[in-house]
Structures are given as C-alpha cells and as structure tokens.
Ligand binder design. Structure first.
Ligand SMILES: [Zn+2]
Ligand SMILES: [Zn+2]
Length: 316
C-alpha cells in the first residue's frame, strides 16, 4: 500500500510523509521535531519507523526541525550538495562559510560519524519521544552535539538523476525558486506515481514534463494576485513572491491545470497556500474552474493542504 499524508503546508512549515512497500520517507521537515512527531501520531504514523528525510531546499519553512528530527531518529538526510551547504551556512553562527571551510566541517562530521554507531537501535513499535531522545543521544558524542549542523548521515542526490530509498524510487527535478538548488520530486512505489512541486516561481517545460502520468499531483497554489497586491507585505517582498523565482499564484496553477496538465491524477492537492495572501476557497475555485474546462476528467479529486493540521491520509 502507498500512503501519502501532508502533515503541514504553507509558509510556517512544510512536511509530508510518503510510505510505499516497507519504506517511509519524510519530505521536508519544516516544523519543530516535537510538532512533527505529534502530527505523525495524529495520522497513526510511528516516528520511529521513518527511514529517511528528503529536503527540497534550505528555506526555513522546509528545514526548521531537520537537525533535531534526524538526530533523534538516527536517520539519513537526502539533499543536493548545494542545498546541504546552504543549510549549513544558514546554521553557521556568522553566516559565512567559504567552500574550503564547508569541506572541512563536512570532513569533521564524517570523522565523527565513523566513531559513533550510525543509527541508534530503534524499535519499530511505538516508542515514547523521550526514550528516542535518550537512545539517539547516547550515539552522538558531545563534539558532534556542539555542531548544530551535525547529522547522523548525509546522502547527496542530483536534480535529473533518479535514485532510490528502500522501496521508493525518486526523480528529483530542478524548480525555479530563490534557493541554492531547489527541487521537486516524482516519487514512485508499487506502480503509484506522485508528483510534488511547491516553491516555484513559474512552471518551466522541464517541470511540466515531470508532472505527467501521475496518480497524485501536489502543486503549489500560493497566492491570489489581488490579495497579494493589496495585502500587508512590503513592496520588495511582493516583488519577490511574484518573481520567476518566487511562488505560484492561483492563476498560474489554474492555467497549468486548464492547459498543459494531462488530467490523469486521481488526486490534485493544492499546497503552500499563503495565510496572508490567499484563501482556501479562492484557490479551490480557481483550480476547480480550470479542471471543469477539461471535458472527460473523471478523477482529479481536488483537495487543499493546510498549515494547521495534517490532511487525511491518501492511500493507493
Ligand atoms: Zn516554502
Ligand atoms: Zn522556499
């Protein structure tokens, strides 16, 4: 069974759990570890059963709980190399890190990993959060603990190059966004294909090509253009959101759904809605209208991912 559950979506934190076969992956960790665990349990997922964390880009709403969660569970984090570096630089006290310094910090971290047991022995049954903390803490030396960017294991992937985590196949693709090396993903398990694309200023041809032949499409529908224009953000921030490396508007998403989208997904989830510059109803109406112009679409159940609580799990 493939199970897809958005735990949170929006500018205050993004995270989704995907399970397929015997593998469970967290895509982004933009909530505190405590809140992530709370939401996982709300949807009957055991945090201790997670196999890996996958990161789309280094913005805070995608990585806020990353280090604590990965350490607590003793699981690997999958990044692009540039995203890993940008994240480490973001955590660095002086926010400055040359490439040589970064390599040196990575080398130290690797040496540290070589001296400690990699993953703590975590039972797959329900374990109290406090127990996990104790177990993981025992596997991390004090030197590693002092480095906020220390992770139990780091794996690199490259946009355009498929890879696999356990039973889940992943195809990362580049998206236009103002981060070091932002990506979206197509995840595939048990023949079910899931497209995941948020935080993109527009939908270039390479992304359109990836968002075809899907069973589930999660796509950003960030803002209503009028609400953004009339809303509280300073002009510079409005420009950033609207730019080709910002976020997708309801109209841009609707335009894609009405024209180039192949209409094959059983579920379309609108995600990363702005709390200041959008309303769920506006996003829904725009997408609904777009899909209704496509005759013969029987599937395409339209859902909205929200910030405050997990979505109902979707299973295949
Ligand atoms: Zn974001
Ligand atoms: Zn972002």
């Amino acid at each position: 069974m493939v199970r897809f559950t958005v735990l949170a979506s929006g500018s205050r934190g993004n995270s989704t759990i995907v399970s397929g076969g015997r593998t469970r992956i967290l895509v982004d960790a933009g909530l505190s570890c405590r809140e992530l665990f709370r939401r996982l349990r709300l949807v009957s997922e055991d945090p201790a059963a997670l196999d890996a964390i996958l990161i789309t880009h280094e913005h805070q709403d995608h990585v806020a709980g990353l280090a604590v969660t990965a350490r607590k569970l003793g699981i690997p984090v999958y990044f692009t190399e540039a995203t890993h570096r940008a994240w480490m630089r973001w955590l660095a006290p002086r926010k400055q890190m040359t490439y040589a310094q970064w390599l040196e910090q990575c080398r130290k971290q690797q040496a540290e990993r070589d001296t400690v047991a990699l993953a703590p022995e975590v039972e797959t049954e329900e374990i109290a959060e406090d127990t996990l903390e104790t177990v993981a803490a025992s596997a991390v030396t004090s030197e590693a603990k002092a480095d906020p960017a220390w992770l139990p294991a780091v794996e690199y992937f490259r946009p355009g190059e498929p890879f696999r985590i356990g039973d889940i196949d992943l195809r990362p693709f580049t998206v236009p966004h103002d981060a070091a090396d932002p990506v979206g993903f197509v995840l595939e398990a048990e023949g079910v294909r899931i497209g995941y694309a948020t935080d993109l200023g527009y939908i270039p041809p390479n992304v359109k090509a990836q968002l075809a032949g899907l069973d589930l499409l999660l796509l950003e529908s960030n803002h209503d253009l009028e609400m953004l224009r009339d809303g509280p953000y300073p002009w510079s921030v409005k420009q950033r959101v609207l730019s080709r490396v910002g976020h997708l508007s309801n109209d841009a998403t609707a335009e894609f759904l009405a024209t180039e989208y192949d209409g094959q997904a059983a579920y379309v989830i609108l995600a990363h809605l702005s709390e200041n510059n959008n309303l769920p109803e506006l996003a829904r109406v725009a997408a609904d209208r777009a899909l209704s112009t496509r005759p013969g679409l029987l599937a395409n159940r339209l859902l909205i991912a929200c910030q405050g609580e997990p979505m109902e799990p979707i299973t295949f």
